[in-house]
Design a protein around this ligand. Structure first.
Ligand code: CO
Length: 153
């Protein structure tokens, strides 16, 4: 019986959405570290990221695949509320020379550069107001498979 409880506890703490975040207190400021992986199968390993309002988010995007960024590039783009995922993705396709972020856009809260297999990149930003936001990879053709919810509580 005791073993069973341990097993339940283990399953609970090994939830991928929890595993990917760590909280570090830096003086007054809470820093939440998030690691999200992307791969050659055009997938993120997280479909949902939960953070706390008021925290600084230190987000690392890893590309665990082997394909070059010209063929299977990935970025992480966090959209403002009410931005339509598909509309943004269609605009982003035209912005190849700007990491697939439309020049001068006001639709984005934070984004990384585009990376290829074996690479990783880290950004820091302030968590937006409480609510539910959408993140995506804006590399052409990826948004339908590569998107998720960014929830600020
Ligand atoms: Co991608």
């Amino acid at each position: 019986m005791q073993y069973f409880i341990y097993l339940l506890f283990f399953l609970f703490i090994s939830n991928p959405a929890e595993k990917a975040t760590a909280v570090v207190e830096k003086g007054e400021q809470k820093v939440i570290e998030v690691v999200i992986e992307s791969n050659d199968q055009m997938k993120f390993d997280l479909s949902e990221i939960k953070v706390e309002a008021g925290a600084t988010i230190k987000l690392t995007l890893k590309h665990v695949g082997k394909l070059p960024k010209q063929a299977m590039g990935h970025n992480f783009v966090l959209l403002k509320k009410d931005v339509v995922l598909k509309d943004f993705a269609m605009e982003a396709i035209k912005a190849r020379d700007n990491d697939y972020i439309p020049e001068g856009t006001e639709d984005v809260i934070a984004h990384t550069i585009v990376i290829g297999g074996g690479e990783s990149t880290t950004i820091e930003f302030e968590a937006p107001a409480k609510g539910e936001y959408t993140f995506l990879c804006s590399f052409p053709g990826h948004y339908a498979l590569m998107n998720g919810k960014f929830i600020v509580e």
